[in-house]
Design a protein around this ligand. Structure first.
Ligand SMILES: CC(C)(COP(=O)(O)OP(=O)(O)OC[C@H]1O[C@@H](n2cnc3c(N)ncnc32)[C@H](O)[C@@H]1OP(=O)(O)O)[C@@H](O)C(=O)NCCC(=O)NCCS
Length: 234
């Protein structure tokens, strides 16, 4: 599998988002335009770019030749590539996309401080609360539970309909990256830190998930000559 991340504060992000918008098909554009805030549109566009980049790298084709779509429940997919599983996440400073070949994948990211503002009963089961509070209160680990649960809900495609409290997680070990499992989904999960007070999680139904995402930037993308810089400078 390939897990790509982008720091939305990187120079060139807005230009890249505009370029991605240009190559979207009308249905995808409409979905983006439904987002009220410009920052959310940018996050979503960069998520799609990462998704196409990851899928392109796995199947060995330029990213501009691939399309993404969304199932009625919201789960994204790569059009015409049923062997690929795709998951997208964006929050605050980061966008992430995970693509796996022949396995199901789910990814999520969130700012630790935002999860800290949520009450326990919004997402934690009684056993999880007991496990968390058996050790000194650890906001990062608590936020990791949130992203693990969302990653699992995306892996199955159920999304929030799953009810995050119903997705019970058990983490192995005390240090990041945390290895975790849930009876809710047959998959291996990892939670890791991202710079600036964020956590992210990825789940994979076959094989070991990566320990951390690969960061891609518009600058590095230029070097890869995948095509978007040509469109940008037309
Ligand atoms: C999937 C979901 C948990 C993501 O929530 P979020 O934290 O707001 O947003 P994230 O940035 O983490 O993820 C957003 C991405 O998840 C993906 N996604 C949306 N629904 C999904 C689903 N059912 N399964 C897997 N992935 C999904 C999309 O690619 C989306 O990116 P996009 O908006 O750019 O297209 C949530 O939007 C959801 O459950 N949606 C389904 C609708 C639903 O169940 N609503 C009931 C509300 S109680």
């Amino acid at each position: 599998m390939l897990l790509l991340a982008h720091d939305l504060r990187s120079p060139g992000t807005e230009e890249l988002a505009r370029t991605v918008f240009e190559v979207l098909v009308p249905t995808e554009r409409e979905r983006i335009l439904r987002k009220r805030l410009a920052a959310d549109r940018t996050r979503s566009l960069i998520g799609r770019w990462l998704a196409r980049r990851a899928a392109a790298s796995i199947v060995g084709t330029p990213w501009t030749t691939l399309r993404t779509g969304q199932h009625p429940g919201g789960q994204p997919y790569v059009v015409g590539r049923p062997q690929l599983s795709l998951s997208i996440a964006h929050s605050g400073r980061y966008a992430l996309a995970a693509v796996a070949l022949g396995a199901r994948v789910g990814v999520d990211t969130e700012q630790v401080a935002r999860v800290a503002r949520l009450p326990d009963d919004a997402f934690l089961g009684p056993g999880e609360r007991a496990a968390l509070y058996a050790v000194p209160r650890d906001a990062e680990r608590r936020a990791a539970m949130w992203v693990l649960k969302e990653a699992a809900a995306k892996l199955t495609g159920q999304g929030l309909r799953a009810g995050l409290r119903n997705i019970g997680f058990e983490c192995r070990g005390a240090h990041f990256p945390l290895a975790a499992r849930t009876p809710y989904a047959a998959a291996e999960f990892r939670a890791f830190r991202l710079p600036g007070g964020y956590v992210a999680a990825v789940g994979l139904s076959a094989g070991k998930p990566p320990r951390e995402p690969v960061f891609v930037t518009p600058v590095r993308e230029t070097a890869l000559k995948t095509g978007w810089t040509d469109r940008l400078h037309e």
